[in-house]
Design a protein around this ligand. Structure first.
Ligand code: ADP
Ligand code: ZN
Ligand code: ZN
Length: 788
C-alpha cells in the first residue's frame, strides 16, 4: 500500500486512511525517516492516477500510475521533457505485451485499485490537450449513448497521425526582421512576388503560414525572403496574427438576392442560440444559397461553421461554391484527403484558423475553437451513419453538439428522413419550407410506365427509348437510373440450371465485362467467368437480369452517335474520374448518363431534361423497414435532377406494379404526402420514429451460435426491463443471411422512451459483457439502427 504525499512516496503497509493525502503523523514521520535512511522506497515525487481511454473495444477506461516531477524518472535523466498530465493529452502506456497511445480522461490523486495492480505510464506525449474539453465530452456522451468504447470513439475523432503519436505541427507566422523593417516600401520592386509579401507585412505586421494559399503567396518566395534576411518566422499567436480575412472582406462574390421563401427562412433562423431547423426545400429551391448566407453571418461574428455533406455526393462542385463565395480559410475533412492534410485541417479547425469546415460524417468529430453553426446537407442520407466499429449517426451527434454549444443547426433536404419530419411535427425542430425552384426552373412532369408484358432492351421499355431519342434530338441530356452495377446479376446454365453462386455467401455472383470476371458484391470474392458449365460441361451459359454495364452497352449500340457515360463505383475508381465524367454535364451537348445512386444526389446537371427510373420495384419490394422511405427519397432526388435550369424536365418511372398505391401517392402528391402515409404505417407497426430501437447483431460460422447468443441477450434485456419494451423482433436472420462464410442474425428491441431504453441497454450490457459466450461471439449493438 502506498500513501502519497508530495514530495514523498512512502510505503505504509496496513495504514488506514489510504487514498487520502494527510500530514504524516508521528509514527509515519519515523517511518519516513527510516526509509530516507535506508534509501529504499523513498522517492521525492507525487503519485497521480490517470484514467486513460485506449483504442480497444473494452468499454471502460484504464487506470495508470504517474509519478509527477520525478527527477529519478529515467526519461527526465535522459533530458526528455516530462510534462504534467492534462486531461485530453495523449499518453503512452503498457497494455498487455503491447504499448498503446491513449487519451487522459481524468487525473486523480487517489485510487481504489490496489497499487500493485497498477502499471506506470511510459510517457505523456502532449503538454496541452490534444482533444479539447468540448470534443472530449462529446465523445464521452457518444460512447455512453452508443454503448461503445470511449477509446475507439476518440480514435474516430483523431487523425491517424496523432493516433500514431506524432506531434501536432506548431503553427508559424512570418514577420519582418530589423533589416526588413528598414526596407523602403518599394524596396523589392524588381521581384514582384517578394514585393507583395513585403507590402503585406508593412500593412499587416505578420503573415500566418497557413494564410499563404489564401493570398497566393508561395513557400518559395518566403524562402527567398528568409535567405535575404528580410523576414523571419516565429510561433503563431492567434491574437496578434488574426486571420487575414477580416469581416469586411469575407465575401468574394456578393450573395444572390433571396426570393421570398429564402428570405423567410433567413429571417427565421436565430443566431447564437440552439434551435434545430429542418429546411425542407425542393431540389433546386436554393437551400445552398440559404446555407451560404447564414454562414456569412456566423463568419462576420468571427465564428466557425461546420458543413456536412454526404459521402457519395462529395463533389468538388459543392466545395467550389463555398470557395467562390467566401474569402476565408475553408478546409475539407473526409477520407479522400491525404493523412497529412487531414491532420493539418483538423488542427486548423481546432486553432480557429479554418473558418469553414466541409466534410463527411467523420467531420462531425472535429475540434473547434468557436463553432457558430452546423449545417447538414441531405440530412436523410444514410452515409451519415457509421455502419461498423463505432456506430454513430453524425447527424444526431451534431444535434447533440449544437444543443450543448447553444448554437443553431440546419438540417437541409428535399426529402427529410421520417425521424426529422416527426421531430418537426412534434415541435422539436422548426420547419422551414421552400417549395419554389430558385430562378426560372419548373418542376418536372412524371409518368409511370407499366412494364407488364412489354418488350424491353436491357430493361428499357419502348416508350422510354422513344423519350431518349427525342431528348437527344433536342440536344439535351438523359439520365437512366439503375441501382445495380455490373453487367448481369445472374449467370445460369441453360442446360442444367447451374448458377454462379458465391461459395462464401448466400448470394449470386455478378457478371462484370470490363474486365471480365464474376464478383460477389457482398464479400468481394472474384472468379474468372467459366467457358462452359462447371456442372454439366454445356457451353450455353446465359445471363439473366441487367446491370449498369449492360445498360451502357445496349444504349451505345442503340444510339451510336451519342456519348453514353456510366457513373458507378466501378467506372469512377480512378482519382478525379467522377469529376471528368461530369464535365460534359455543363456542355450544351446531347449525352446519356447511366448511373447508380452516385448520380442521384446533389449534382448540378443543367442540360438534363429526362430521367428514367429503370426499376422502381427494387425499392417497393425491399424487406428493410426503411426500404420504402429510401425508395421515396431516391426517386424524388433523381427526379429532381431533371430540368434544373430553364428547360422543362420529364421523369419516367418503370414498374411492374404501376397501381401500387404508395408509388402512386409519391408520384401524384409528392414526397410530403408519401412520408405522411409512411409515418402512419410506422406508428401502427410500433416502429421508429415512434419507438426507439436498438439492434444486437451476432455473426458466426454456425447459425445456431448466433441464435444461442441472441437468446441470452434477449433474456438479459427482458430481465433489465421487460415491461418497458413494447416490442422485440428476433433472433432473425439478416436480409443477407450468410456473407463470407458467416451467418448473421439480429435481435431488436423497441421502447417508447429513449431514456428508458438507454437504462435497459446499460444494465443488460453490463451483464452480457460478463458472459463467457459474449467473448467467444462476434457481436455488436446498434442504437437507432438503419435496418434490423
Ligand atoms: P438546392 O441546394 O436547394 O438544390 P441551390 O442552392 O443549388 O438549390 O440552387 C439552385 C440554383 O438556383 C443554383 O444555380 C443557384 O445558384 C440558383 N439560385 C439559388 N438561389 C437563388 C436566388 N435567390 N436567385 C437566383 N438564383 C438562385
Ligand atoms: Zn450445366
Ligand atoms: Zn460472397
Amino acid at each position: 500500500m502506498v500513501l502519497c504525499q508530495a514530495p514523498y512516496t512512502i510505503n505504509l503497509s496496513g495504514c488506514k486512511n489510504r487514498g487520502r493525502i494527510l500530514a504524516p503523523n508521528d509514527s509515519q514521520r519515523k517511518l519516513i525517516a527510516k526509509q530516507v535512511a535506508h534509501k529504499t522506497t523513498f522517492r521525492p515525487c507525487m503519485l497521480q492516477f490517470l484514467s486513460v481511454a485506449l483504442p480497444v473495444p473494452i468499454r471502460d477506461t484504464f487506470t495508470y500510475r504517474h509519478s509527477h516531477s520525478d527527477p529519478h524518472n529515467p526519461r527526465a535523466e535522459h533530458g526528455i521533457k516530462v510534462c504534467p498530465p492534462t486531461i485530453g493529452a495523449r499518453v503512452r502506456v503498457p497494455f498487455g505485451r503491447r504499448e498503446l497511445i491513449g487519451i487522459i480522461t481524468a487525473v486523480e490523486t487517489t485510487c481504489d485499485i490496489p497499487n500493485e495492480k497498477l502499471k506506470d505510464i511510459l510517457e505523456i506525449i502532449d503538454d496541452t490537450a490534444l482533444i479539447p474539453e468540448e470534443l472530449l465530452s462529446l465523445c464521452i456522451w457518444a460512447s455512453s449513448y452508443y454503448h461503445h468504447s470511449l477509446g475507439e470513439a476518440l480514435s474516430a475523432a483523431t487523425p491517424q497521425r496523432f493516433r500514431d503519436g506524432k506531434a501536432p505541427t506548431t503553427a508559424k507566422a512570418y514577420i519582418h526582421t530589423q533589416e526588413g523593417k528598414g526596407l523602403p516600401e518599394n524596396g523589392l520592386a524588381r521581384a514582384k512576388k517578394q514585393q507583395d509579401i513585403h507590402q503585406h507585412l508593412l500593412k499587416h505586421k505578420s503573415l500566418a503560414d497557413s494564410d499563404l494559399g489564401l493570398h497566393d503567396f508561395s513557400k518559395a518566395t518566403i524562402k527567398a525572403l528568409m535567405e535575404k534576411n528580410i523576414i523571419t518566422s516565429r510561433a503563431l499567436d492567434p491574437e496578434l496574427d488574426k486571420s487575414a480575412a477580416e469581416p469586411s472582406d469575407i465575401l468574394r462574390e456578393s450573395a444572390k438576392p433571396p426570393n421570398d421563401e429564402q428570405s423567410k427562412a433567413l429571417t427565421t433562423i436565430r443566431y447564437h442560440e440552439y434551435n434545430c431547423y429542418l429546411l425542407q426545400g425542393t431540389t433546386g429551391s436554393g437551400k445552398t444559397e440559404v446555407y451560404l448566407q447564414t454562414i456569412a453571418r456566423i463568419l462576420q461574428a468571427g465564428q466557425q461553421a461546420l458543413v456536412l455533406i454526404p459521402e457519395i455526393g462529395l463533389s468538388p462542385q459543392t466545395i467550389a461554391r463555398f470557395r467562390e463565395r467566401f474569402n476565408t480559410p475553408i478546409v475539407e475533412l473526409h477520407s479522400n484527403i491525404a493523412e497529412g492534410l487531414r491532420a493539418q485541417n483538423w488542427q486548423d479547425a481546432k486553432s480557429g484558423k479554418a473558418k469553414i469546415i466541409i466534410g463527411t460524417r467523420l467531420a462531425s468529430l472535429t475540434p473547434f475553437r468557436d463553432l457558430g453553426i452546423i449545417i447538414i446537407d441531405e440530412e436523410h442520407d444514410q452515409s451519415y451513419k457509421q455502419q461498423d466499429g463505432f456506430k454513430y449517426s453524425a447527424r444526431d451527434l451534431c444535434i447533440y453538439r449544437a444543443h450543448t454549444q447553444n448554437i443553431p443547426i440546419i438540417l437541409g433536404s428535399a426529402t427529410p428522413s421520417l425521424e426529422s419530419l416527426h421531430n418537426a411535427n412534434t415541435g422539436k425542430y422548426k420547419k422551414l419550407v421552400m417549395r419554389q425552384r430558385a430562378g426560372s426552373a419548373k418542376p418536372p412532369a412524371i409518368t409511370i410506365i407499366d412494364l407488364k408484358n412489354q418488350r424491353t432492351e436491357s430493361g428499357l421499355s419502348q416508350q422510354s427509348l422513344e423519350h431518349i431519342h427525342r431528348t437527344i434530338k433536342q440536344n439535351e441530356q438523359a439520365l437512366i437510373f439503375l441501382n445495380r452495377r455490373g453487367y448481369a446479376p445472374v449467370l445460369v446454365c441453360h442446360s442444367c440450371g447451374w448458377n454462379a453462386q458465391c461459395q462464401s455467401c448466400d448470394a449470386q455472383m455478378t457478371l462484370h465485362q470490363q474486365p471480365r470476371h464474376l464478383l460477389c458484391h457482398y464479400c468481394e470474392r472474384r472468379k474468372p467467368i467459366p467457358n462452359s458449365c462447371p456442372n454439366c460441361g454445356h457451353f450455353e451459359l446465359q445471363t439473366s437480369g441487367y446491370g449498369t454495364e449492360q445498360l451502357e452497352k445496349t444504349l451505345s449500340a442503340l444510339f451510336p452517335q451519342t456519348e453514353v457515360i456510366r457513373v458507378d463505383r466501378d467506372s469512377t475508381q480512378r482519382k478525379n474520374s467522377f469529376e471528368q465524367k461530369l464535365q460534359i454535364a455543363t456542355e450544351n451537348k446531347a449525352c446519356i448518363f447511366v448511373g447508380t445512386q452516385m448520380l442521384a444526389k446533389g449534382h448540378h446537371l443543367p442540360n438534363l431534361t429526362l430521367v428514367i427510373v429503370l426499376d422502381a420495384d427494387q425499392g417497393l419490394m425491399s424487406p428493410d423497414f426503411r426500404g420504402l422511405e429510401m425508395m421515396g427519397q431516391l426517386i424524388t432526388q433523381v427526379a429532381g435532377r431533371a430540368g434544373r435550369e430553364n428547360k422543362l424536365g420529364h421523369v419516367l418511372v418503370q414498374s411492374h406494379r404501376p397501381d401500387h398505391p404508395l408509388l402512386n401517392l409519391l408520384l401524384d402528391q409528392g414526397y410530403n404526402s408519401y412520408a405522411k402515409q409512411l409515418l402512419h404505417i410506422r406508428q401502427s407497426a410500433l416502429l421508429p420514429p415512434f419507438q426507439y430501437a436498438a439492434t444486437f447483431k451476432a455473426e458466426s460460422k454456425r447459425a445456431e451460435s448466433c441464435i444461442e447468443f441472441l437468446n441470452i441477450v434477449r433474456a438479459s434485456l427482458q430481465g433489465a426491463g421487460a415491461s418497458e419494451l413494447l416490442k422485440t423482433i428476433g433472433p432473425i436472420p439478416a436480409s443477407q443471411e450468410k456473407i463470407n462464410n458467416k451467418y448473421r442474425y439480429s435481435y431488436s428491441v423497441f421502447c417508447p422512451s429513449r431514456q428508458r431504453l438507454q437504462n435497459i441497454l446499460a444494465k443488460a450490457i453490463k451483464e452480457i459483457d460478463q458472459l463467457a459466450l459474449s467473448k467467444r461471439t462476434r457481436w455488436s449493438l446498434t442504437v437507432d439502427p438503419s435496418s434490423l
